[in-house]
Design a protein. Structure first.
Length: 132
């Protein structure tokens, strides 16, 4: 995969941190991929409206989020597709079940392309990264 080749070429020192930000289907597929890499040196994973359109794979997204190693900041919009908004409770339940204490979910209100939404995402990510 592309991520695997990029990751293997990185020279990450102990004091450096690697963060990944993904949106939509890419975030969902990357979550599946991270579930297969238990020893990855990824410090944080930010998801924005993560989903997988394949229903048989989508039902495992919440469980995968709860077992991957990096800290997670999970954004959803109130205006997102119902497939995404219905999974929020399921994601939180799996996180509690597997005791993933470095998971944070934020719901954003309003339009996805609003400049104020971009500012809200930036503020949340900034605070999230500072706490790591």
């Amino acid at each position: 995969s592309v991520f695997n080749s990029v990751y293997s070429s990185l020279k990450i020192a102990d004091h450096e941190r690697l963060f990944v930000i993904a949106h939509g289907i890419t975030a969902g597929i990357f979550t599946e991929y991270l579930a297969t890499l238990p020893n990855i040196k990824l410090h944080a994973f930010v998801l924005i409206s993560a989903h997988i359109p394949n229903s048989s794979r989508a039902k495992h997204l919440a469980a995968n989020l709860s077992v991957i190693k990096p800290a997670i900041l999970d954004f959803t919009y109130t205006t997102s597709d119902p497939i995404i908004t219905r999974q929020i409770a399921q994601r939180k339940r799996w996180v509690r079940k597997n005791q993933k204490f470095d998971y944070r979910h934020r719901t954003l209100f309003g339009l996805m392309d609003s400049p104020s939404q971009h500012l809200n995402i930036f503020k949340e990510m900034s605070g999230f990264f500072r706490r790591l």
